[in-house]
Design a protein around this ligand. Structure first.
Ligand code: CAO
Length: 438
């Protein structure tokens, strides 16, 4: 056991700098490299580490003192069996990450060994740990930075109460306590963190019963949520005059029935969508996973939302652009029957470029469908109804069968103008059977 004087080591070009923190007191046990004090010049703050492990016998310096190389910091009783002054190894440099190896500061035994132990052949040790206080960095000593890192505290958000706004350990503690007691939505800031749903015992308001969600509902729920929060949705509404198309569809029913097919409006919508996708190829595309490229598809497979007792599924009709409406209607019938009988194969739900969600058979005026990502758009179709439409030629209102369209698109890929062009294109196609069947 030997009591050693621990001195301020070579601190580079700094002389007579402020002692801003003293981290130990008499009686403390210290390990080699623990911070003893923090010095601060007008350019940098720096921690002075213990050169060896031991027990602090006396502190010979206090906050507010000026220190230079050789200033006595403390008397430390070197611990037996632990690293002693003569065999100290270069310490790791905890902060900031520096290529320069660190070494302990000098110390001198009391009273047996009069000369201090001076590290040899190494660059200025303390300068390697110095943190510059000027510039944009928060004003805090290395030990406070380390403390903040351990607690995950962002120093740029902590207000310093020390001299010149320096952040102290207490400031960090106060900030962390404040963050922990804040309501969760206030802490989350602008990220995607969502306020947790409160757990409510509904039975306090009346009788309840709990049913498990179907597997499809659980899966589609997670996908819908992801799509909703990932793609910035915009929904463009339009109305298509389908009076002539509906007449044509009815006139084709017998022909279709002979072929064992029910010719629904959805088959015509598929045909119109395939045409619009060819005209506006950005709609037949997906963003690359990194989000910096658009992958354009030279095929045209279109999915349709299908309501089943177990939940929503989306079968995909392949090569819609190469099929006529009767072929499409046949596929629609077969795939929706399979969906309801839970007989769809995985490959029959894959590869879609675009999706149509038709609620026309059920009701409603308009809705905002959620994009089936990584597709970039989805067409919602509501129930058609007879509306008075102004005819400029006859200067009268004509009763026309109008079909409400709701196109949701991913605004990262599709501009508003293209969204409106796409629905206008659909409107024109659907109001003129000849164009549609070309
Ligand atoms: N306006 C008025 N009537 C319509 C219509 C429309 N837009 N679309 C369909 N209809 C009529 C049909 O003509 C049919 O009438 P008839 O029986 O008198 O011929 C009736 O509604 C039922 O049509 P359907 O639903 O059997 O056929 P479809 O091709 O229109 O739809 C399918 C098939 C699979 C899309 C549909 O059954 C379905 O599941 N729809 C729900 C989709 C869904 O849940 N979407 C929401 C997803 S969440 O975004």
């Amino acid at each position: 056991m030997a009591i050693q004087e621990v001195l301020v080591p070579d601190i580079g070009n700094f002389d007579s700098v402020d002692v801003i923190e003293v981290h130990v007191k008499a009686g403390d046990s210290v390990n080699q490299d623990d911070s003893l004090i923090t010095l601060e010049s007008d350019k940098a703050s720096m921690d002075i580490p213990a050169p060896f492990s031991g027990t602090v016998k006396e502190i010979r310096i206090k906050v507010g003192d000026k220190a230079s190389q050789g200033t006595l910091i403390a008397l430390i009783d070197a611990a037996e069996g632990l690293a002693a002054p003569g065999d100290t190894k270069p310490a790791a440099v905890p902060e900031p990450a520096a290529a320069t190896p660190d070494i302990p500061p000098p110390s001198r035994p009391v009273p047996e060994v009069p000369k201090p132990i001076v590290p040899q052949g190494t660059p200025n040790p303390v300068a390697a740990r110095a943190e510059f206080v000027s510039g944009k960095n928060p004003h805090a000593s290395p030990s406070v930075r380390k403390f903040a890192r351990e607690l995950g505290a962002d120093l740029t958000r902590v207000t310093g109460s020390g001299p010149k706004g320096r952040i102290t350990k207490e400031d960090v503690q106060t900030w962390v306590k404040g963050e922990l007691t804040k309501p969760r939505e206030a802490v989350s800031g602008g990220g995607m963190n969502v306020l947790a749903m409160p757990t409510i015992d509904f039975s306090q308001f009346g009788a309840t019963e709990t049913q498990p969600l179907s597997r499809i509902k659980k899966l589609s729920g997670a996908n819908l949520h992801r799509n909703w929060v990932t793609a910035p949705h915009v929904t463009q509404f339009d109305n298509a005059d389908i009076t002539d198309l509906e007449d044509f569809r009815k006139s084709m029913q017998d022909e279709a029935a002979k072929r064992g097919v029910k010719l629904t409006m959805l088959a015509f919508l598929m045909k119109a969508a395939a045409n619009a996708l060819r005209t506006y190829p950005n709609f037949n595309a997906s963003l690359s996973p990194a989000g910096d490229e658009l992958i354009l598809k030279h095929y045209c497979h279109i999915g349709f939302a299908c309501d089943t007792p177990d939940g929503l599924v989306v079968p995909v009709i392949r090569d819609v652009n190469q099929k006529d409406v009767l072929d499409i209607a046949r596929d629609l019938g077969e795939l929706s029957a399979k969906a309801r009988e839970r007989k769809l194969k995985i490959e029959e739900m894959q590869g879609g470029c675009f999706t149509i969600s038709s609620l026309g058979g059920i009701g409603g005026t308009m809705f905002t469908p959620i994009i089936n990502c990584p597709e970039v758009a989805i067409l919602g179709v509501s129930r058609s109804s007879i509306e008075p439409v102004w005819d400029a030629k006859s200067k009268t209102f004509e009763p026309r069968l109008m079909l409400p369209l709701s196109l949701s698109y991913d605004h990262r890929v599709i501009d508003g103008a293209d969204g409106a062009r796409f629905t206008s294109h659909l409107r024109v196609m659907l109001s003129d059977v000849r164009r549609l069947l070309l």
